[in-house]
Design a protein around this ligand. Structure first.
Ligand SMILES: [Zn+2]
Length: 214
């Protein structure tokens, strides 16, 4: 296969993943993630919501850890997604999973960098590199499945498109997912739900505060 044919194949893969509501990828079982910040501190979460906060799969949750430092919840490969207003961070994890970190300021990682769990990605903030909105420094943490690397080039993709077309094709619900000691559930409304401490059975209504632990 020559280079131009390979490139055409890549382009088609990008179009099928980003442009269409593709058949959901059969990703490996959801991996063991920590919360995307250090344990032992108070965290405010605005709750579980869809990527655009309005409709579609609820694949996002907002976190504001007290120390304002966002960390990798699992080892992965950094993909910096570039937009006119700056960059934002995604991490690709083994098994075809991607996590996203929107609104970060002071990004501390570089494109293609391999990071371990706990690596500092940046600080919670109000950055809007590709559009969207933010009221109060936080990280908009998002889950996706990623069928292949080509489907994950979101350079220049506006947040309006990412949060609708891409979310419909690749978004993975937060509901039922465990991050560290806490399992999250979506509520019927946007920006709602619960955080349940799995070992202790404590249930926190969201929006709300809880103490981060691994
Ligand atoms: Zn959000």
């Amino acid at each position: 296969m020559n280079v131009s044919v390979r490139m055409a194949g890549l382009a088609a893969a990008v179009i099928s993943a980003v442009g269409l509501a593709a058949t959901p990828a059969s990703a490996a079982p959801f991996p063991e993630l920590t919360l995307p910040f250090a344990a032992g501190q108070q965290v405010y979460s605005a709750g579980v919501h869809s990527d655009d906060g309005s409709t579609g799969v609820k694949n996002a949750i907002d976190f504001s850890p007290a120390d304002g430092t966002v960390r990798a919840p699992l080892a992965g490969t950094v993909r910096l997604q570039h937009c006119a207003g700056g960059d934002w961070v995604t991490l690709d994890h083994p098994g075809g999973w991607r996590t996203g970190y929107y609104h970060l300021e002071g990004i501390r990682v570089t494109d293609g960098e391999q990071v371990e769990a706990g690596a500092v990605l940046g600080s919670t903030g109000n950055a809007l590199p590709c559009g969207g909105s933010s009221t109060g420094a936080h990280v908009h943490f998002t889950l996706w499945t990623l069928p292949d690397a080509a489907a994950g080039d979101w350079d220049g993709v506006a947040f309006a498109r990412l949060s609708t077309t891409v979310a419909a094709a690749l978004g993975e619900p937060i509901d039922g997912k465990t991050l560290g000691a806490w399992r999250f559930a979506a509520g019927s409304e946007q920006y709602s739900g619960t955080a349940t401490h799995v070992a202790e059975g404590v249930v926190v209504q969201l929006p709300g505060r809880f103490r981060a632990s691994r």
